[in-house]
Write a protein that binds this ligand. Structure first.
Ligand code: BES
Ligand code: ZN
Length: 883
């Protein structure tokens, strides 16, 4: 473990590297417990850094075997080597060749960073700081080098040997049972993009002709026997490659692009140059094993990692504070890819749901931080919803502010100006300013200031003057370490809708039109007056969610119903319904807490009924409308004094009401959408299935035993995982005989399929009833459960803490104690996954007093543990810090 972890790293302390590395020649001889790594580094002093600097290389748990400088062994007094650092205090101040030999044990590596084994397969994960667990190196992204990698292994153990770039040689090692492969990557890259894989893998192969006519070989490597499950991923890869050419003019640059699917992976996937490594969950799919949601994730993640080739790899980050430069931008790109491939409005709704569920929640709690943080203790804890999702929203706002053409000009300039370099957020935003002449100085605050801006809008209409006025005000609350905030630049896409349902032209008092319908709010308060507005319109605000803000407006329930029916912006049609549902639910939670009766909202039910019955409405959109706010959504809206049991009760009541009142229409939709054709994962078919399964779920919520029987029948007769899992998920909510039968059957059917068994664990962890915690604890002792496999931990423990609000937040604190125990047990093995699990406490201060005290006690128990990883310590300490 590293030793300097108590010292936070600060953006303000950035210094260019003292030494640069021109080329790296790695020679890795794979062995289960003693892999030998020889590194030959051509290093030279950085001309733009301080003179006569020592040569210091990072390490993490390394054992040095030998070291030479310019061909001669270094004397013991001319260097120091610890597991975490190699230092040559007085190196010659010129280019030289450093040769280092280290030994690593991949089998003992349970952290799954550096070189480790996923099953029998050797693989690496180097982002953010894992390369230093393989060899001593200036392991920072602004040191970019050209790599040549020779891998050697037993032919029988690792017939496939892969690394970045192009294969330049391979063959047998004479007189042994070993063989080798040499790979060369001609593009300079930071060490975090290095990858190596060795194992007995099968593959599928395809080809892609780039826009300039170059031929690229495409290969996806999987566990032997699973090749037939990689077809959809390959299709996604080709569509992503074409899309990046068409949407951004970006062409692939090597002769081969490889993806390797592994079963043990801390994250979703990793964009190593030319050799992406994936959690197999995001590669393998058949209709019988993967849901529509799985197919959609595979499509998006394959695209995301591929898009990093330009946004991340060709242009990388100067330092880890700039992480959103690659992640936020690449999330924006993958969101746009999906919007173009599927349904743009449905994608936007889904993305905003995720943003609010994770990023808004993070921003409202103790772990809030700027999109570009200015300090960190453990960088792995900053791969957050804020860096990713809010980072993507900032890029989207740039496009909204500059228009599609201005945005594209800025992107083109960015690729031209910074290709081959390690860049900063200033470099990125500077390209948009230079390309369009627009001043983005104030806009930069989006990167610096944490917290979700709150925008209040008051609309008034003056019939005599024929004017409509929008008074806007913005506010940003304090967040940890930032007590005073400055006003942001907030691009608000708006419309004024006349009673006939048409958008009124937006003409300001000075005669100017509002460009692209976007008002730009940059002062604390501003007023916009629109002329020639004869009758009172309804304001449609923040269309397509143009700014990631919390918006309140003086809209009446009638206005919201009008928007739900008439807004030309589909996002705001959905938003109007969500606002009505959310208001009803939060009112009812407050009523329950005060011992008052709940109310119903016939208007909302009727509006949802209209959508359900309208054949013009896209089924996926109708499904989004009928999906009432989640328990976590309601908790977030409440913001304080959160009582998950009251939230659950209010939500169950609304679902029952919908199931009852819309029963006939739901049954009709269910029949109409059960088309029985062969399964296809395309967006339209998936949309029909999602509406059908929501219909089933709402029918069951009404307490209908016929619906339970229908779900049991669908479980048995389903010809795809989407319908089968939806049916058992609906059954799982009720203590009916059919439930356990389906759960047991599910295990029998899929016991040899790890990715499906993950679903089996998650399903049970999410059951909202008091016996669940005991069930989950028992499942931790199931032979198929293991703390060593991140997917398993996420499927059981992650599902329990994230998908089961009432049981994780049991008033007796037993759910919190279970999480604390699990984190403590996991921390010694895999600190990254342990610290991610720990973030389930991120909203503990918003809980009502009894639960808050229980959560605090468990956080303090973890904080007091004798040995904690820097990862978990950082999360626990920030979670507990007084704000
Ligand atoms: N570069 C990341 C993977 C990563 C994350 C490596 C954290 C090291 C630490 C990759 O590009 C990524 O963002 N993966 C996401 C999925 C993506 C679609 C948002 C992931 O793994 O969750
Ligand atoms: Zn990424």
């Amino acid at each position: 473990m590293r030793t300097d972890q108590d010292q936070p790293v600060r953006l303000a302390d950035y210094q260019p590297p003292d030494w640069l590395v021109e080329t790296v020649e790695l020679d890795v001889s794979l062995h289960p417990t003693a892999t030998r790594v020889r590194a030959r580094l051509k290093v030279r002093p950085n001309p733009s850094a301080r003179a006569a600097a020592p040569l210091t290389l990072d390490g993490d748990g390394l054992t040095l075997k030998s070291i030479k400088l310019d061909g001669r062994p270094l004397s013991a007094d001319s260097f120091t080597a610890t597991p975490d650092k190699l230092s040559i205090p007085q190196p010659p101040q010129r280019a030289c060749l450093l040769e280092i030999e280290t030994l690593v044990d991949p089998t003992a590596n349970t952290q799954l960073t550096g070189l480790y084994r996923a099953g029998a397969t050797y693989c690496t994960q180097c982002e953010a700081e894992g390369f230093r667990r393989i060899t001593y190196f200036p392991d920072r992204p602004d040191v970019m080098a050209i790599y040549t990698t020779r891998i050697e292994a037993e032919k029988a153990d690792a017939p496939v040997l892969l690394s970045n770039g192009n294969l330049v040689a391979s063959g047998d090692v004479a007189g042994t049972t070993r063989h080798f492969a040499v790979w060369h990557d001609p593009f300079p890259k930071p060490s975090y993009l290095f990858a190596l894989v060795g194992g007995a893998l099968g593959h599928v192969e395809d080809a892609f002709v780039t826009m300039s006519g170059r031929n690229v070989a495409l290969r996806i490597y999987v566990e032997p026997g699973k090749e037939s499950r990689a077809g959809f991923a390959m299709d996604a890869l080709k569509r992503a490659m074409r899309w990046d050419e068409q949407a951004f003019g970006r062409e692939y640059d090597l002769d081969i692009f490889m993806i390797v699917a592994v079963s043990a992976f801390n994250m979703g996937a990793m964009e190593n140059k030319g050799l992406n490594v994936f959690n197999d969950k995001y590669v393998l799919a058949t209709p019988d094993t993967a849901t529509d949601a799985d197919y959609a994730s595979i499509d998006a993640i394959i695209a995301h990692e591929y898009f990093h080739n330009w946004t991340g790899n060709r242009i990388t980050c100067r330092d880890w504070f700039q992480l959103c430069l690659k992640e936020g931008l690449t999330v924006f790109r993958d969101q746009e890819y999906t919007a173009d491939q599927r349904s743009r409005p449905v994608k936007r709704i889904a993305d905003v749901r995720v943003l609010r569920a994770h990023q808004f929640v993070e921003d409202a709690g103790p772990l809030a931080h700027p999109v570009r943080p200015d300090t960190y203790r453990e960088i792995n804890n900053f791969y957050t919803p804020t860096v990713y999702e809010k980072g993507a929203e900032i890029v989207r706002m740039l496009k909204t502010l500059l228009g599609a053409q201005g945005f594209r000009k800025g992107m083109d300039l960015y690729f031209k100006r910074h290709d081959g370099h390690a860049a900063t957020i200033e470099d990125f935003v500077g390209c948009f300013a230079d390309a369009t002449g627009i001043d983005l100085t104030q806009f930069m605050r989006w990167y610096r200031q944490a917290g979700t801006p709150e925008v209040a809008v008051t609309m008034s209409h003056d019939a005599k003057a024929r004017t409509c006025t929008l008074a806007l005000a913005q506010m940003l609350r304090p967040t940890p370490g930032q007590s005073v905030k400055e006003p942001m630049v907030i691009p608000l896409a708006i419309g004024l809708i006349a009673p006939d349902g048409h958008d009124i032209p937006l003409t300001l008092a000075d005669g100017r039109a509002v460009e692209r319908g976007v008002l730009v709010l940059s002062d604390p308060a501003e007023t916009f007056v629109f002329t020639n507005v004869g009758t009172r319109p309804v304001a449609s605000l923040n269309r397509a969610f143009s700014a990631p803000v919390k918006l309140t407006a003086n809209l009446t329930p009638d206005d919201l119903h009008f928007l739900a029916a008439h807004d030309s912006d589909p996002f705001n049609r959905w938003q109007a319904l969500q606002t009505l549902a959310s208001t009803l639910l939060t009112d009812n939670v407050k009523a329950l807490r005060a011992g008052n009766p709940m109310r119903t909202d016939g208007g909302l039910v009727a509006a949802l009924g209209t959508i359900l019955a309208d054949p013009q409405v896209e089924p996926a959109f109708a499904a989004q409308a009928l999906a009432v706010p989640s328990e976590a959504d309601i908790a977030r809206e409440l913001g304080r004094d959160v009582d998950p049991d009251a939230i659950f009760t209010a939500r169950v009541a609304l679902r029952a009401e919908l199931g009852n009142a819309l029963g006939a229409a739901l049954r009709d939709a269910y029949r109409r959408l059960s088309d029985g054709g062969t399964y296809s994962p395309d967006a339209a078919s998936a949309g029909r299935r999602s509406l059908k399964n929501i219909a089933l779920d709402l029918l069951a919520a009404s307490g209908s035993s016929a619906a339970i029987a229908l779900a049991a029948r669908q479980y048995q007769s389903a010809d795809n995982m989407t319908d089968r899992l939806a049916a058992v998920s609906t059954l799982s909510l009720y203590p009916v005989r059919e439930r356990q039968a389906a759960i047991d059957d599910f295990y029998r059917r899929y016991q040899s399929d790890p990715l499906v068994i993950d679903k089996w664990f998650a399903l049970q962890a999410a059951i909202p009833e008091p016996a669940t915690l005991e069930r989950v604890q028992e499942l931790t002792r199931h032979p198929a459960f293991s703390l060593g496999n991140p997917n398993r931990v996420r499927s059981l423990v992650g599902a329990f803490t994230q998908m089961n609000q009432t049981q994780f937040n049991r008033p007796d604190g037993a759910g919190y104690a279970f999480l604390a125990d699990t984190v403590l047990a996991l921390d010694g093995k895999n600190p990254q996954v342990a610290s991610r699990m720990m973030t389930a406490f991120r909203s503990w201060r918003a809980l009502e007093a009894v639960r808050r005290a229980r959560a605090e006690a468990e956080l303090k128990r973890v904080a007091a543990a004798p040995s904690l990883s820097p990862d978990v310590r950082d999360i626990v300490e920030r979670s507990l810090a007084e704000t």
